[in-house]
Each structure stands twice: as structure tokens, then as C-alpha cells.
Design a protein. Structure first.
Length: 454
């Protein structure tokens, strides 16, 4: 599925158009400045002011590509191809993130990847040379491998977190989430290693910002392009004008919810919004019951920072999509588990199953055991059991043994219960990809016809 999304993006790529989103033009100019050896400057503006607003990593990657192919606009295709490859890696990491946090069915896994890759927000941003796709891949990679062990694993996590910060300043939420996570687990040695490596990697950028900020800007008209204004953030404005701060946060929250609503195709089926919200809440509860992960800490920190900025937060929701979809999958699985237990209990209450002490069962022959299965014995994925793979049977089916090679309880009336919500999302995602592809290909077809007539 990730490969199909990759091919689709390459097929609809426009290899020459650039500069239509403001940020893509800024990144391209910065890449040219770095490739030409003139420093990190906006050479397209008068006096070529230094750049303190956009972190250097993504522009540095584009500068390497510019150095490999210095002919412009022929090198635009390299910039966009890098984004498509970053999305492909991000989809693989998203799948890994899903598998490490749950045991999805095949249709759930395929739909999960399709919904991310076919999301209109992801699809649009990947077509432009902006840093969102790289930041998405780095963030998902960090939360996917949050449980790596050892010094080498901690150094790798710190490197990825620092790279996320050097791609987008809001990556500080990821660093903060790991710090809190290490403290909660009392892993103080790993915390010191993490902070040390992260500090070493991002300190040059901090030093550059500090030194160049002291030199000032030649014109007040250029300040917007050069650096952020911390005093414009809602959490700073609240001390001088609390009503304006509340307005910023409330408006951005509404925009963020609308962006996720469009990303998850919640308007395709009447009532789907309510179902998705309930499953999302159940999934969060189910996930927190098992353990607190970095993604549980990162999500509120990230959203709090984003909704405080006085800018439209839609594009910042891109790394939120895999985490939100994970909670949706967990919620659907929790509902399926309850439904399966009720179904099995109903079958047993109507005489469809023998008592636990009986040696005879309806259907194919089973091998009863003398009591609950010992640890290390055959295990079950039956929804009527404990609900977790690789655990002994429990509850009403604890005296039933699995035949070799089977992955379900033989008394369960169904092989497995699949989610009915995610396939609907998948169909909507596929339809959206088709519509977007048609919207892109039709103007190209008209242009070719005009050229042929000439």
C-alpha cells in the first residue's frame, strides 16, 4: 500500500512548479544560498537578511540536492521526489508504529496506511518542497521506536528528536515528551544521555540565532521573513490581553478539528463523526490502561503549542494523523472484543457449548485439559479470552486447547471480528486519491491538447 501511494505521488508530480505556497519558495531560496556558499540568507530579499525563522535541516537537504543538480528549475523534481520518498518512509514507520502498539488485522493495517497516504492534507503538502513531510517521518519514527533499549538506542532517539526540532521548531514538543517519559520511568541515566546528545546537536542552531539576532534587521518590513516574534504567541499574549489569547486558542482549536475532520473523511457517511469520536475516546482509554507512551505525552504538548500560534494550524496536524488513527483502531478493537465476548456468552447460555468439564463438544473433536492452561502452553487470540495475543485462555473458554497451527478458540462462533469503520474510511481515501489525481491530470490533458492543436 505504501508503494502504491509512492507511485501515485510520482505520477501526479508537477516537476517545474514551485513557489506557490510561500514556504516552498523560502526553502528553495535558502537552499540556493547554502549551495552557492553565501550562508543561510534570503538572497531573494533586499540586503539578503539572515534567516532565523526556518530551522536549517530541510533547507540543508535541499542544498545538497541543488549541489547535485545545480540547474534550475530542472532540480525542482529532485526536491519533490525527496518529499515523496520521505512520505514513503513515514508510511512504513506509521505501519511499524501501529504494529508495535496493537495487533491489527490485515484490513485494518492496509486501511491505516491508505488513510494516511491518501489524506488530502498529506497529499497536498507532499507535492510541495516544504518541511512538513520530513517532520512527519521523523516524528513518527521517534514515537514508533520509543522503547528501544541501551545507550545506542537512546542516542538514536535523541538524534531523531533533535533532527525533528531542526526541521520544525515545534519539534520541541517531541523533546519535552521524551524528557517527561524518562522521568516517569525513572530512567535518569537515559535522560542525561538524551539531553546531552540533543543539546550538542541543536546548540549550533541556537548559537546562530543568538548571534545573528543581536545584529538586528535592516528593515522592519523584513522581520516577518527573518524570525519569529515570541510575544505574538497566545501564552505570552494572555498576560497583556487574555481575551485575544482565548480567541487565538479557540479559533485554532476549531480549525484543527476541522482539519482532522477532513483528513479522516468523517463527512462521507452520516453519523460517522459521532462513531469516530466515541471510538477515539475508547481507544485513548484502552491505550492508557495498558501503559503511558511517548505519544500520549507528545500529542497534548504538540497541540498546545500549535493552537497558541497566531497561524492557521491545518498543516501542523499532519504528524497527529497516525497517532489519532491508532486510537481509532484501538477503540474499534475494544468494541469488537466486547461484542465477541457477548456473542460467545450468548452461545454458551443457549446450550451451544458443553460445560468446561465435558469431554464432548459440538463440531470437530477438541482436546480438553484438566484445568486452566499452564503458562507456556498453547495460546489463543480468541476475543472471548483475555484479549491479548500470546496469553493463556481464560474465562468461559479456559478449558479448551488450541489445535496446532490454529489462531482462534475452536468454540468461538466467529474466526475474527473485523472493524466496519476503517474499511469505510479506506474506501473514502481511495476515492479521494482518484478525485485528486483527476483534478491534476485533466488540466495537463487540456494543456497537451492545446499544444497539439498549435
Amino acid at each position: 500500500m505504501a508503494a502504491a501511494v509512492l507511485v501515485t505521488h510520482f505520477a501526479v508530480m508537477n516537476p517545474v512548479v514551485i513557489g506557490i505556497f510561500h514556504d516552498d519558495g523560502i526553502y528553495t531560496v535558502l537552499a540556493k544560498s547554502l549551495a552557492d556558499g553565501t550562508g543561510y540568507h534570503l538572497v531573494s530579499l533586499p540586503s539578503s537578511p539572515v534567516q532565523l525563522k526556518y530551522p536549517v535541516l530541510y533547507s540543508g537537504v535541499l542544498a545538497v540536492l541543488w549541489w547535485l543538480l545545480p540547474s534550475f528549475p530542472e532540480n525542482v523534481v529532485l526536491f519533490k521526489a525527496f518529499n515523496v520518498i520521505a512520505l514513503f518512509v513515514g508510511l512504513l514507520l506509521s505501519y511499524t508504529f501501529l504494529r508495535l502498539n496493537t495487533t491489527p488485522s490485515r484490513i485494518d493495517a492496509v486501511t491505516y496506511v491508505l488513510l494516511i497516504g491518501a489524506c488530502p492534507l498529506v497529499f497536498s503538502l507532499t507535492r510541495l518542497p516544504v518541511s512538513d513531510t520530513l517532520f512527519f517521518a521523523l516524528t513518527v519514527g521517534a514515537v514508533a521506536f520509543q522503547r528501544v533499549r541501551g545507550t545506542a538506542g537512546t542516542i538514536a532517539l535523541a538524534t531523531v528528536a533533535a533532527a525533528a526540532y531542526l526541521t520544525r521548531t515545534v519539534g520541541v514538543a517531541l523533546i519535552g515528551a521524551f524528557v517527561i517519559w524518562f522521568i516517569l520511568h525513572r530512567s535518569y541515566r537515559r535522560l542525561l544521555i538524551f539531553l546531552g546528545v540533543t543539546g550538542v546537536l541543536i546548540s549550533p542552531w541556537w548559537y546562530w540565532q543568538h548571534v545573528q539576532r543581536n545584529e538586528g534587521v535592516a528593515s522592519i518590513l523584513l522581520e516577518y521573513y527573518v524570525a519569529y516574534k515570541p510575544e505574538s504567541h497566545a501564552y505570552v499574549v494572555v498576560w497583556s490581553d487574555w481575551s485575544k489569547a482565548v480567541e487565538i486558542v479557540w479559533t485554532n482549536l476549531r480549525y484543527a478539528v476541522e482539519s482532522l475532520d477532513a483528513a479522516f473523511f468523517l463527512g462521507v457517511v452520516p453519523g460517522l463523526r459521532l462513531v469516530a469520536c466515541l471510538l477515539f475516546l475508547v481507544g485513548i482509554y484502552q491505550s492508557l490502561r495498558e501503559r503511558v507512551g511517548v505519544h500520549h505525552l507528545w500529542l497534548p504538548l504538540y497541540v498546545l503549542i500549535v493552537v497558541g500560534w497566531p497561524w492557521y494550524p491545518g498543516r501542523f496536524m499532519m504528524p497527529v494523523i497516525p497517532v489519532a488513527l491508532l486510537f481509532l483502531v484501538l477503540g474499534a478493537q475494544a468494541v469488537e472484543l466486547v461484542a465477541a465476548r457477548l456473542a460467545c456468552t450468548r452461545v454458551g447460555s443457549h446450550g451451544g457449548m458443553d460445560s468446561p468439564d465435558s469431554d464432548r463438544h459440538d463440531g470437530p473433536a477438541r482436546r480438553p485439559v484438566a484445568g486452566p492452561l499452564r503458562s507456556g502452553g498453547p495460546t489463543s487470540r480468541c476475543p472471548a479470552g483475555l484479549g491479548a495475543p500470546r496469553e493463556p485462555l481464560a474465562g468461559i473458554h479456559r478449558n479448551v486447547r488450541l489445535d496446532p497451527g490454529e489462531h482462534r478458540c475452536q468454540r468461538c462462533p466467529r474466526d475474527t471480528l473485523r472493524s466496519n469503520v476503517l474499511p469505510v474510511y479506506g474506501a473514502a481515501g481511495g476515492a479521494t486519491v482518484a478525485v485528486q489525481a483527476v483534478d491534476i491530470l485533466l488540466p495537463l490533458q487540456a494543456r497537451l491538447r492545446r499544444s497539439w492543436r498549435r
